[in-house]
Design a protein around this ligand. Structure first.
Ligand SMILES: Cc1cc2nc3c(=O)[nH]c(=O)nc-3n(C[C@H](O)[C@H](O)[C@H](O)COP(=O)(O)OP(=O)(O)OC[C@H]3O[C@@H](n4cnc5c(N)ncnc54)[C@H](O)[C@@H]3O)c2cc1C
Length: 431
């Protein structure tokens, strides 16, 4: 069976790894390397260290992603720094989960949180208990914004501003004012509400993002005879009897099955030549992310490798070692209207709150991803992984119901698309 995978992001990579040895496989990637929206780029910092297209943070709950790394011989602990969850900002707020069994780590974390009163802590601990009893479920018909959900739960104090809203923005890349409560509740369940040891841990890449999966995956696939064809954008997809003609740089080629593992906004053009069929379209609205890399003097180190910024633009700050700090701004906001220089100055001011002495604005690099992820809004219907044409499947972070756009949803969708593709009965008749 000849299978084509279009798109070499984490979803396409996961699909390829699952199918290697089970099909004659070709992976087409438009870019110069695998990795898609989670990869290292050619640009370096002032000291020559490779930069990533954006600072990525994984969670201990990313079971499929960590399993995939193991599968291709990458030991996650060698490439990821594991940190117990700690949300801390310069206002003095700090919520840290100790290494205790679930749910005592949560109880301890909430009760010892700084800059919030006992009443609010107890109220939140009770709310968490109620959520747990309901298995963190928000019924689809009751899905509204995270802001409405927090209002209804009486979460209106310090924990809302310093914990829930920043967490929502970081996890869903969508502001709480219009992010889906149902998806956020699922994220809270998988991290804070998860009884598996270390599920809420934060995992920070120690070095290049591409070393976690894309580069070793390329080697692994090469060694197994998978044709990985970089710089090959697919322009069109045409049904031909029970097979597929896919049109790229080298003309048309025929495959038995095709997995489209592209970002949601790249999917419609690929389906443009197919006979009409009705199915939920991929999400159209996107949210941006900016990553600002600051090259501070090597002596600069943060009190914890990941801190929250509490200036006008919010955001997170990761310590990449050797004085290199990465500030991340997620979702639509006023920051988008600032020039690079104004944005760097504003964030440098926020960062300086962590330094004992004034420090001059260092050299910086800014990477703005205008379409970093889909906008994770209430009642968003996901594009199905099996399309209404025989032998055509979709993978990608946007396809997993009730999950935000993350590496884990990309990997999960990729593995699932491989399973569907191997199932001879998948798909309906060609339209
Ligand atoms: C700046 C930034 C920060 C992020 N931070 C985090 C984080 O901290 N934690 C987290 O879990 N997630 C994070 N994410 C989200 C995560 O990176 C994505 O959810 C994930 O990478 C999506 O993978 P994918 O394979 O579904 O899609 P993509 O990565 O978009 O892969 C699709 C691939 O298809 C290729 N392609 C498109 N069209 C064609 C075509 N016609 N022919 C051939 N190839 C094509 C593209 O070049 C691309 O390589 C972040 C994303 C960004 C941008």
């Amino acid at each position: 069976m000849r299978v084509a995978i279009v798109g070499g992001g984490w979803a396409g990579i996961a699909a390829a790894i699952a199918l290697a040895g089970k099909a004659e496989l070709t992976l087409f990637e438009a870019g110069r390397a695998l990795g898609g929206r989670a990869r290292s780029i050619g640009r370096t910092d002032a000291r020559g260290n490779a930069l990533d297209n954006g600072q990525h943070i994984l969670l201990g709950a990313y079971r499929e992603t960590l399993g995939l790394m193991w599968k291709i011989g990458v030991a996650p602990e060698a490439h990821l720094k594991r940190l117990p969850l700690r949300i801390q900002d310069a206002s003095g707020f700090c919520l840290a989960l100790p290494r205790l069994p679930h749910p005592f780590h949560l109880l301890w974390g909430f009760l010892t949180a700084r800059k919030t009163g006992l009443r609010e802590k107890l109220h939140t601990a009770r709310w968490m208990r109620t959520l747990r009893a309901r298995r963190f479920a928000v019924p689809p018909e009751a899905d509204g914004s995270v802001a409405q959900w927090l209002d209804a739960a009486g979460q209106n104090g310090v924990l809302r501003r310093r914990l829930w809203e920043p967490l929502c923005l970081a996890a869903l890349n969508t502001p709480a004012g219009y992010a889906s409560a149902r998806v956020f509740a699922r994220v809270v369940q998988e991290s804070l509400g998860n009884s598996a040891s270390g599920a809420a841990d934060l995992l920070l890449p120690r070095g290049r993002l591409s070393d976690l999966l894309p580069d070793p995956a390329q080697e692994w696939l090469d060694a197994r005879g998978v044709a990985v064809r970089l710089r090959e954008r697919i322009h069109a997809l045409r049904p031909q009897a029970d097979r597929w003609r896919i049109v790229g740089r080298r003309g048309a080629e025929t495959f038995d099955r095709v997995i489209l593992a592209v970002a949601p906004w790249h999917l419609p053009p690929l389906l443009a030549e197919l006979p009409r069929a009705v199915f939920p379209a991929p999400p159209r609205d996107a949210e941006p992310i900016a990553t600002l890399y600051f090259d501070y003097p090597e002596s600069i180190a943060l009190p914890y490798p990941l801190l929250a910024l509490d200036g006008a633009h919010g955001g997170w700050l990761a310590d990449r070692g050797g004085g290199l700090l990465a500030a991340v701004l997620s979702g639509h906001g006023a920051w988008e209207r600032l020039t690079d220089e104004d944005l760097a100055v504003a964030l440098h001011d926020d960062i300086c709150a962590w330094f004992p002495h004034p420090v001059a604005l260092p050299p910086y690099r800014i990477i703005r991803e205008k379409r970093a992820t889909f906008s994770c809004r209430p009642r968003l219907v996901r594009c199905p992984q099996t399309l209404p044409w025989r032998g055509l499947f979709v993978a990608g972070d946007h396809t997993v119901p009730d999950y935000p756009a993350t590496l884990e949803s990309a990997v999960r969708s990729g593995r699932n698309s491989a399973r569907l593709c191997l199932d001879a009965h998948s798909g309906l008749a060609c339209g």
